[in-house]
Design a binder for this molecule. Structure first.
Ligand SMILES: Cc1cc2nc3c(=O)[nH]c(=O)nc-3n(C[C@H](O)[C@H](O)[C@H](O)COP(=O)(O)O)c2cc1C
Length: 192
């Protein structure tokens, strides 16, 4: 698990699609509420689809930044920095489906139910990233697709109830991750 680090620079070496499928198989062993299986992994293998997705997401992002009132040169700088997906050899879009979720009809319990599924989606993605690390593949889980879900569904031709949960750039690491100070358990624990 500690081998998984966010990798944002990749070599040009292609990614073995079989390794990605093995990582998906590991991902879907994650825990989920009510014995559901709320994960879908869209493997973006068609270059044409990939370009369509990334171009549509860039347009949506630019539109958001313009609505924020940012100057054009600042928008161009921000958007250039967001190239981790475009520069990756392989892309995956993990999605959440709420199949099997309960409806209570009040905001508190419906909100809790949604959060249960979202955390289960996170558990699935984390499994996926750890399994990729086991395949000696680097990955970066980035948030962008969560901010333009309709655009992503449209570009990838996904059902309306598939909710994109970010995107995962996958590839062979071009550099070692920057060392990080060790985190001790004590700093994260409350004992009662
Ligand atoms: C839900 C989520 C969204 C993230 N979004 C981004 C992102 O948009 N861009 C990015 O460069 N990294 C993103 N990250 C990666 C974090 O920046 C990274 O996990 C953090 O810096 C810790 O580094 P590590 O993954 O190497 O431990 C995201 C991580 C998560 C879990």
């Amino acid at each position: 698990m500690t081998q998984r680090r966010t990798v944002r620079a990749f070599t040009d070496d292609p990614v073995d699609p079989g390794a990605v499928r093995r990582a998906v198989a590991a991902a879907v062993t994650a825990p989920a509420p009510h014995h559901t299986t709320p994960w879908r992994f869209v493997l973006v293998e068609s270059p044409r689809t990939r370009t369509r997705l990334l171009d549509a997401m860039r347009e949506a992002w630019i539109a958001d930044l313009r609505r924020d009132g940012r100057p054009e040169e600042s928008i161009a700088r921000r958007v250039r920095r967001g190239d981790v997906l475009r520069n990756a050899p392989y892309l995956v879009v993990p999605c959440l489906v709420m199949d099997g979720s309960h409806t209570y009809g009040d905001a508190r319990r419906d909100g809790a139910e949604r959060e249960m599924f979202v955390v289960a989606a996170g558990a699935g993605v984390q499994n996926f990233l750890v399994a990729l690390a086991g395949e000696r593949l680097g990955s970066a889980w980035v948030s962008s697709t969560m901010f333009c879900r309709d655009v992503v569904r449209d570009a990838l031709d996904l059902p309306v109830d598939w909710d994109p949960m970010g995107a995962v750039a996958v590839g062979h690491p071009a550099e070692d991750p920057r060392p990080r100070p060790e985190r001790t358990a004590d700093a994260f624990i409350a004992v009662r």
